[in-house]
Design a protein around this ligand. Structure first.
Ligand SMILES: Nc1nc2c(ncn2[C@@H]2O[C@H](COP(=O)(O)OP(=O)(O)OP(=O)(O)O)[C@@H](O)[C@H]2O)c(=O)[nH]1
Ligand SMILES: [Mg+2]
Ligand SMILES: [Zn+2]
Length: 362
C-alpha cells in the first residue's frame, strides 16, 4: 500500500527520520482509535495496532496517546502479537493540525479529537440545529487547531428561509466558504469538490443529527456509516460513536466525528481573535487599552452596537468565550494548557508547509 495516498509527504518523512532513528519502525496512519486499540494503515495495508508498554508508561495526559489521523511509528511483526495486533506503536509524530476540546467533567483536561487535518467541514442543519452562537464556538475550536473551516449548511430540503439564514451567517462567517447542500438527496454536494482533494484530510464536526455521516456515505458512494434520525425531543443518542478516517478515491480522506453535546473550548486568546476578528479590531479603538466593553467611556465596541454595526448577542458570545478561557487558564489545567502551547509552537514550524498546501487549493 502506498501511504502517500493517506497524506504521507516529505514534511512527515523528515520528522519521522528525526524520531525513528533505529530504522526498524515504519510510518503508519491511525484510521480508527478506540480505547487504546488502533487500526492503522502502513505499507502492509490496514491492520490492528496497539501502543507499546513504554509509550503507555510515558503518557501522562490523554493527548499523549495517538488519535485518529495521527502519523505513528510502528513495528510490524505478525508473529509478535497474540492479540491480533500486528503492529506496535512506538511514537507519534508531531501533529500538524488538530481538533481538541475541553473534556467533559470537572478536571481541566484536553480531549484531542483528531489530528493532521487540512480542512474542517462544520456541518450545520438548516432545521432547528442552525445556531449562530454554536457556530462561533466551533470556529474558535477549529482555529485553535490550525485547520481551515468550511461551513456546510445541510438539509436545504427542510429550509424555507435560506436567504435569511445565509444573511445571518454572514455576521459570523465573513469570508469563510459557505456551502448549501442536501446530504440526503445529494443536491449541491458537487460544490464540496474543491475542498476534497487527493492527499488531503477533511474532518467533519457539528451537532448530532446534522447529517455528517449521511454526507460521508454519499461521498463514499456506500453505506459505510450508520445514520439515524434524532428522537423527537432532540436529545437522541449519538449515532456515530467513534472517529474514523475513510479514503475517498481521488478525493482525499474524511474523518467522521460523533456529534458533540458539550462544546467546551480548549483554546487560547489568539483563536478568539480569529473568530471575533471585527470585535478585536473595534477594541483597538476603545479609549482604554484594557477596556472590558462593559460600559466604560469611549468604548468603540459599545458604540458599534449602538450604531447597529455589531449584534449585541455577538459581543455577549465573545465575552462568554473569553471568560471561559480565563477560567480554563486558572484551573489546574494550566500544565496541560502549556502542553497545548508546545504543540502550537510545533505547529508554527509546520505553518509554512501548511500554507503552501492551502495555496494550491483551488
Ligand atoms: N431531510 C433531510 N434529512 C437529512 C439530510 N441529511 C441527513 N438527514 C437525516 O438526518 C438524520 C441524522 O443524520 P446523521 O448523518 O446520522 O447525522 P450525524 O451528524 O452523523 O449525527 P451523529 O452521528 O449523531 O453525530 C438522519 O435521519 C438523516 O437521514 C438532508 O439533507 N435532508
Ligand atoms: Mg454520525
Ligand atoms: Zn471597549
Amino acid at each position: 500500500m502506498d501511504i502517500r495516498q493517506f497524506g504521507w509527504d516529505a514534511g512527515f518523512e523528515k520528522r519521522f527520520d528525526e524520531l525513528g532513528s533505529d530504522h526498524s519502525c515504519l510510518p503508519a496512519r491511525v484510521v480508527y482509535a478506540q480505547r487504546q486499540m488502533y487500526r492503522v494503515v502502513s505499507e502492509h495495508g490496514e491492520h490492528q495496532a496497539r501502543v507499546s508498554g513504554r509509550l503507555r508508561h510515558q503518557a501522562r495526559l490523554p493527548a499523549d496517546y495517538p488519535v485518529t489521523g495521527d502519523w505513528v511509528g510502528i513495528r510490524f511483526d505478525p508473529q509478535d502479537a497474540g492479540d491480533g495486533a500486528a503492529g506496535i506503536i512506538h511514537f507519534t509524530l508531531p501533529r500538524k493540525t488538530w481538533l481538541s476540546r475541553r473534556a467533559a467533567g470537572q478536571k481541566a483536561e484536553e480531549q484531542l479529537l483528531c489530528a493532521n487535518i487540512d480542512r474542517v467541514f462544520l456541518v450545520s442543519g438548516l432545521d432547528r440545529d442552525f445556531n449562530l452562537r454554536r457556530i462561533e464556538r466551533y470556529l474558535s475550536l477549529i482555529y485553535e487547531g490550525g485547520a481551515a473551516p468550511v461551513i456546510v449548511l445541510n438539509k436545504i430540503d427542510l429550509c424555507s428561509d435560506l436567504e435569511t439564514k445565509i444573511a445571518q451567517l454572514g455576521t459570523v462567517a465573513f469570508d469563510l466558504p459557505v456551502i448549501c447542500i442536501s446530504a440526503l438527496s445529494g443536491a449541491g454536494i458537487e460544490q464540496l469538490d474543491p475542498y476534497l482533494q487527493a492527499d488531503r484530510t477533511v474532518s467533519f464536526v457539528g451537532s448530532s443529527g446534522a447529517g455528517k455521516s449521511t454526507l460521508i456515505n454519499r461521498l463514499l458512494g456506500r453505506e459505510a456509516l450508520p445514520t439515524a434520525e434524532l428522537r423527537a425531543n432532540g436529545k437522541g443518542r449519538h449515532t456515530t460513536t467513534h472517529r474514523e478516517l475513510f479514503l475517498i478515491p481521488g478525493k482525499g480522506m474524511v474523518i467522521d466525528n460523533p456529534g458533540m453535546r458539550e462544546l467546551q473550548l480548549w483554546a487560547h486568546d489568539e483563536s478568539l481573535a480569529d473568530t471575533f476578528a471585527e470585535i478585536e479590531q473595534l477594541a483597538g479603538r476603545c479609549r482604554f487599552v484594557d477596556c472590558t466593553h462593559a460600559g466604560e467611556p469611549g468604548c468603540a465596541v459599545r458604540r458599534a452596537i449602538k450604531a447597529g454595526d455589531l449584534d449585541a448577542k455577538r459581543l455577549d458570545s465573545y465575552l462568554r468565550q473569553k471568560r471561559e478561557l480565563e477560567l480554563l487558564a486558572r484551573t489546574d489545567g494550566l500544565s496541560s494548557a502549556d502542553r497545548s502551547n508546545l504543540r502550537r509552537r510545533e505547529r508554527r514550524r509546520w505553518e509554512k508547509e501548511v500554507r503552501t498546501r492551502f495555496k494550491d487549493r483551488y
